[in-house]
Design a protein around this ligand. Structure first.
Ligand code: MV4
Length: 446
């Protein structure tokens, strides 16, 4: 097992990783920027090291900075958390070259899956259902037109370097397709320095369902069930739940198997997420995320597994702690992302000093957060201040528990997303499980 893990992240996920390491008897080093130097969670690590003078995200994005920090602190592994360098193949490769274990899949797997068109091709090869569309990148716009006429408009042009909703363009006719390809290319070249685009049939208001997978370095792969992630705004998720109210038993089984098939085809190792769009009774692969995700706690609660500990174990060369038969799902979990944003003002960021902080508790309530009264939310990073996760035997009880926990939650000094969560959890459609990716825009005019 590792001796010392460098936690290459900040905020709640840094604390989440520190907690897992502490329980496993592994020393931790927390890195921090100057802007984060007073954050109390840094004291939970065994050691801390400043990796950047500036207030911006740059410190946490510096490969030389993080590698140097690992070397001077004698860390034998790096946990990248989510965001920042977590899906950067070059970072994973550099860690390896320096004899530091990267807690995640290897660089080759990450670059193959990080390229969306290439991930899609791999899914097709593995006979995992994909959205009808181009077999690979679009070379000639005339090929795209031919495909679009065959599958029918509207179609969606996606940047292969994109993902998470960036660099997409809908087209409803031949003319608009020609310009969509051109625009998507130009935009992708600008944003990612990679102009490759591919085409998919445009699905109207699909559901976003993702499957948690876990793999070791001996070819063993399991799934830990799905998460329903359709409550989002501008590609930022706000609520996630497990299991998905959209799936019946047979679809659940099929989507889990498809995710495992995809992970095996990619020779995956570590924790990952296979994303699907669900439309009616069909599901289609769209992307793989090569990291632990923000919403991983809902899976931990229903599958009874600590995903961060398991990531660390498999990165240290251990076999998966259980096989698929030993994964049993019970109950229902819901996560509400509490962001420092003002939902009444277009979710404008609301950083600043937290003057009062009372967190909910009691049965079935979990809070993953690094904040407290007296903590100043810096303006430079993403606005997540806490994840409120509830667990109960049934979905209905979980909804009531969430409602109760949100009522108990008192955060003053900054605006938060708590009020909109209270509305969502009481919304009749949401309570029925009758929602898709258009839900928030439709009901909350956000
Ligand atoms: C789509 C789609 C409709 N049809 N692909 C957006 C994020 C990226 N991961 C994939 N996305 C979508 N891909 C086809 N062929 C609609 C979306 C989409 C979406 C997907 C998941 C969650 C929220 C979304 C919001 C708008 C659009």
């Amino acid at each position: 097992m590792f001796h010392r893990v460098l936690v290459a992240n900040r905020g709640e996920i840094a604390l989440r990783v520190i907690r897992a390491c502490r329980e496993m008897g592994i020393d931790t080093v927390a890195v921090h920027s100057k802007a984060d130097e007073d954050a109390a969670y840094l004291d939970f690590a065994d050691d801390r090291i400043c990796i950047g003078p500036g207030p911006s995200a740059q410190s946490y994005l510096s490969i030389p900075g993080i590698i140097s920090a690992a070397e001077v602190t004698d860390a034998d592994a790096v946990h990248p958390g989510y965001g920042f360098l977590s899906e950067n193949a070059e970072f994973a490769r550099t860690c390896k070259e320096h004899g530091i274990a990267f807690i995640g899949p290897d660089a080759e797997t990450m670059s193959r899956l990080g390229d969306k068109a290439s991930a899609r091709e791999l899914a097709m090869e593995a006979k995992v259902p994909t959205v009808p569309g181009s077999p690979g990148l679009i070379e000639d716009p005339n090929d795209a037109v031919a495909i679009a006429e065959k599958i029918g408009y509207p179609v969606l042009i996606k940047a292969t370097a994109g993902g998470g909703g960036r660099g997409m363009r809908v087209a409803s006719s031949k003319i608009s397709l020609m310009s969509a390809i051109h625009q998507a290319r130009t935009e992708a070249e600008q944003a990612f320095g990679e102009g490759g685009v591919y085409l998919e049939k445009y699905l109207e208001r699909p559901r976003h369902v993702e499957v948690q997978i876990m793999a070791d370095n001996f070819g063993n792969v399991i799934h830990l069930g799905e998460r329903e992630c359709s409550v989002q705004r501008r590609h930022q998720k706000l609520v996630e739940e497990a299991p998905s109210p959209a799936l019946d038993t047979s679809m659940r089984k099929a989507i889990g198997r498809a995710a495992v098939k995809m992970a095996k085809a990619a020779k995956y190792s570590g924790a990952g997420t296979v994303e699907f769009l669900v439309a009616g009774k069909e599901f289609y692969f769209i992307e793989v995320n090569c990291r632990i995700q923000v919403e991983h706690p809902v899976t931990e609660l229903v599958a009874g597994i600590d995903l961060v500990k398991e990531q660390i174990r498999v990165a240290a060369g251990q076999k998966l702690s259980r096989d698929q038969r030993n994964v049993k799902f019970t109950g229902h979990a819901i996560e509400a992302r509490i962001n420092a944003e003002d939902p009444a003002r277009d979710f404008r960021p609301s950083p600043g000093l937290i003057t009062k902080y009372i967190a909910p508790g009691g049965p079935g309530v979990r809070i993953d957060s690094h904040v407290y009264a007296g903590y100043r939310v810096p303006p430079n990073y993403d606005s997540l201040v806490a994840k409120l996760i509830v667990y109960a035997d049934t979905r209905e009880e979980a909804l009531d528990r969430m409602s109760r926990a949100l009522d108990e939650y008192k955060i003053e000094g900054i605006k938060t997303t708590i009020p909109i969560h209270q509305e969502i959890v009481r919304n009749a459609f949401f309570r029925r499980g009758d929602y898709d990716t258009g839900f928030l825009e439709e009901f909350f005019s956000v």
